[in-house]
Write a protein that binds this ligand. Structure first.
Ligand SMILES: Cc1cc2nc3c(=O)[nH]c(=O)nc-3n(C[C@H](O)[C@H](O)[C@H](O)COP(=O)(O)OP(=O)(O)OC[C@H]3O[C@@H](n4cnc5c(N)ncnc54)[C@H](O)[C@@H]3O)c2cc1C
Length: 428
C-alpha cells in the first residue's frame, strides 16, 4: 500500500483546511492536505470547470505549496487506526496516511427536509444546483424557485439571476422579524453588511417571502409546479427547477469514527480547536455552521496549534471569537421552526438510497433501531442525506457511523483491513 507521512495531516481543502495548511506549513511543519473533491476549494470556492479556480483558493494553496505542503485531491478518508494512521482511497487504490497531528476540516452538507415530491428530478439542493450550474448544467432562462432557510438562499438566488436564470421567488422559513433583526445587527460586521446589500440589490426584482416553505412538488416524472405555504396561505408556482435546503449540517463522520465528542450537531472543540481526542484538531463548519470567515479564522488557530505555536494561536483567537459570535446570531435568526416537522406525508421517502418512507421510519425509537428495521441510512450515501433530516425530524444525533465512510471496492476494503490489522499488531 502507498504511504504518506507528515507532521500535520489536514482533511478537507475548503477555507478552514486551506487556512490551517498554509498556517501550519509556514509554522515549519510538513503538511499533507487530503480532499475528496478533484480540486481544492471546498464548497464556497468550488473550483469550476467553467470558471476556473477561485483566487482565494489559489492564494492559500500557493502559501502552503511554497512551504512544501503536499495536496492529495480526489482522495476520500474512509477509515482510521487511531488518530495517527488514516486510510484514504483515490482512483489508484488505498493510501496509508501517517501524521503527528490531525486537523479535521470536513465542512458541512446541505440539510434536506423531505416533503411530498422532494425526490422528483428537477428538485435540487440550493448549493447543489449552484455546484451543478458551475460545472455546466444549463440554467439560462430557466424558471427557478429557491426555498428553505439561511443566507445561502440569497447568495445562490443572486448568483442564479446573474447567470441568466429567472428566479421566481425566495421562500425563507424564518419569520421576517427575526431576519430583519439579524440584518440590523450586521452593522457590527461591515464586510458582511456590504455583501448583504450587494445581494439584495441583485434581487430587487425578485419576490422574497418569509414564514414560507414548500408543501409539495408535483410533475409528470419531473418537477413542474411547487406549492408553498406563505404566511399561512397556499401559493403554487410553475417551475423548471426547485432549489431547496434548510441550512447546513456539519460533517462529523470522520470525527465520530475517531471517537471525538459530538454535540449540538458538530464536533466539539475547546478554545484552541482541540477536539476531545489528543492530537486531533477541528476547524470550520464541521464544528458548527459559521460561514466562510469563521472557517478561515478557526483554520488559522488550528494551523498554529498543529505546528506547535500555541502562543500565535492565542493571538489569533480574537478574530475567531468575533466570527463565532456572528455564527451564534446566525443560528438563532434562522432556527428551523417546529411546523417543518409536519412536512413529510406517510408515503414521503426519507432515505432515498433505500427507499424508506416516513411512515416506517417514524415508528423507530433511534437511529440504530431504524437501521436494523428499515435500512434507513445504510445505502451508498451512508446517511449523509437522511441523517440531517432525521436529526431535525426525530431529534436523533448523527453520531452513528461505521467504516468505510463511503462505499469502496471489495479489493480496497481487503487492503485497508489487512493494513489495519498490521497496524494493530504493531501497537500491541
Ligand atoms: C453545497 C454548499 C454550497 C455553499 N455555497 C456557498 C456560497 O455560495 N456562498 C457562501 O458564502 N457559502 C456557501 N456555503 C457555505 C460555505 O461552504 C462555508 O461557509 C465554507 O465553505 C466552510 O468552509 P469549510 O472549510 O469549513 O468547509 P468546506 O468548504 O465544505 O470544505 C470541507 C472539505 O472537506 C472535504 N471532506 C470532507 N470529508 C472528507 C473526507 N472524509 N475525506 C476527504 N475530504 C473530505 C470536502 O470534500 C470539502 O472539500 C456552501 C455550503 C454548501 C454545503
Amino acid at each position: 500500500m502507498r504511504e504518506l507521512a507528515c507532521d500535520v495531516l489536514v482533511i478537507g481543502a475548503g477555507p478552514a483546511g486551506l487556512a490551517a495548511a498554509a498556517t501550519a506549513a509556514e509554522g515549519g511543519s510538513r503538511v499533507v492536505v487530503v480532499d475528496e473533491n478533484p480540486e481544492a476549494g471546498g464548497q464556497i470556492w468550488r473550483s469550476a470547470m467553467v470558471h476556473g479556480p477561485h483566487p482565494e483558493t489559489s492564494a492559500l494553496a500557493a502559501r502552503a505549496l511554497a512551504r512544501g505542503a503536499r495536496f492529495l485531491t480526489g482522495a476520500t478518508v474512509v477509515d482510521a487506526a487511531g488518530a495517527n494512521t488514516l486510510f484514504a482511497v483515490d482512483g489508484a487504490g488505498p493510501i496509508m496516511l501517517r501524521a503527528g497531528r490531525l486537523v479535521l476540516a470536513l465542512g458541512a452538507t446541505e440539510r434536506f427536509l423531505p416533503f411530498p415530491g422532494w425526490t422528483l428530478p428537477g428538485v435540487f439542493g440550493v448549493g447543489g444546483l449552484q455546484a451543478l450550474a458551475k460545472n455546466g448544467l444549463e440554467i439560462g432562462n430557466r424558471t427557478i424557485a429557491v426555498a428553505g432557510s439561511g443566507p445561502l438562499l440569497l447568495a445562490v438566488a443572486a448568483w442564479l439571476e446573474q447567470h441568466g436564470a429567472h428566479v421566481l421567488g425566495v421562500f425563507e422559513q424564518a419569520p421576517k422579524a427575526s431576519v430583519v433583526r439579524f440584518g440590523l445587527g450586521l452593522w457590527r460586521h461591515p464586510r458582511k453588511l456590504a455583501q448583504a446589500v450587494a445581494l439584495l440589490r441583485v434581487l430587487r426584482q425578485v419576490p422574497r417571502h418569509h414564514d414560507a416553505w414548500p408543501l409539495r412538488a408535483e410533475g409528470d416524472g419531473y418537477v413542474e409546479r411547487v406549492t408553498f405555504s406563505v404566511s399561512g396561505s397556499e401559493r403554487t408556482l410553475q417551475v423548471d427547477y426547485l432549489a431547496c435546503a434548510f441550512g447546513l449540517a456539519p460533517t462529523t463522520g470522520l470525527g465520530a469514527l475517531l471517537g471525538c465528542d459530538i454535540a449540538g450537531g458538530g464536533i466539539v472543540v475547546d478554545a484552541l480547536q482541540h477536539t476531545s481526542i489528543p492530537e486531533v484538531l477541528c476547524a470550520g463548519e464541521s464544528t458548527g455552521i459559521g460561514g466562510v470567515d469563521c472557517a478561515l479564522a478557526e483554520g488559522v488557530v488550528a494551523g498554529h496549534v498543529a505546528s506547535g505555536h500555541d502562543d500565535r494561536a492565542r493571538a489569533a483567537c480574537r478574530r475567531r471569537d468575533r466570527e463565532r459570535g456572528f455564527a451564534e446570531t446566525l443560528g438563532q435568526a434562522y432556527a428551523l421552526r417546529h411546523e417543518l416537522r409536519g412536512l413529510p406525508s406517510p408515503e414521503t421517502i426519507i432515505c432515498r438510497c433505500e427507499d424508506v418512507p416516513w411512515s416506517v421510519v417514524a415508528e423507530s425509537d433511534d437511529v440504530r433501531d431504524a437501521k436494523l428495521k428499515t435500512r434507513a441510512g445504510m445505502g451508498p450515501c451512508q446517511g449523509r442525506v437522511c441523517g440531517g433530516a432525521l436529526e431535525f425530524l426525530k431529534r436523533w444525533p448523527r453520531d452513528s457511523v461505521r467504516p468505510p465512510l463511503i462505499p469502496i471496492t471489495l479489493g480496497e476494503l481487503a487492503e485497508v483491513g489487512a493494513a489495519l490489522n498490521r497496524t494493530e499488531d504493531q501497537t500491541r
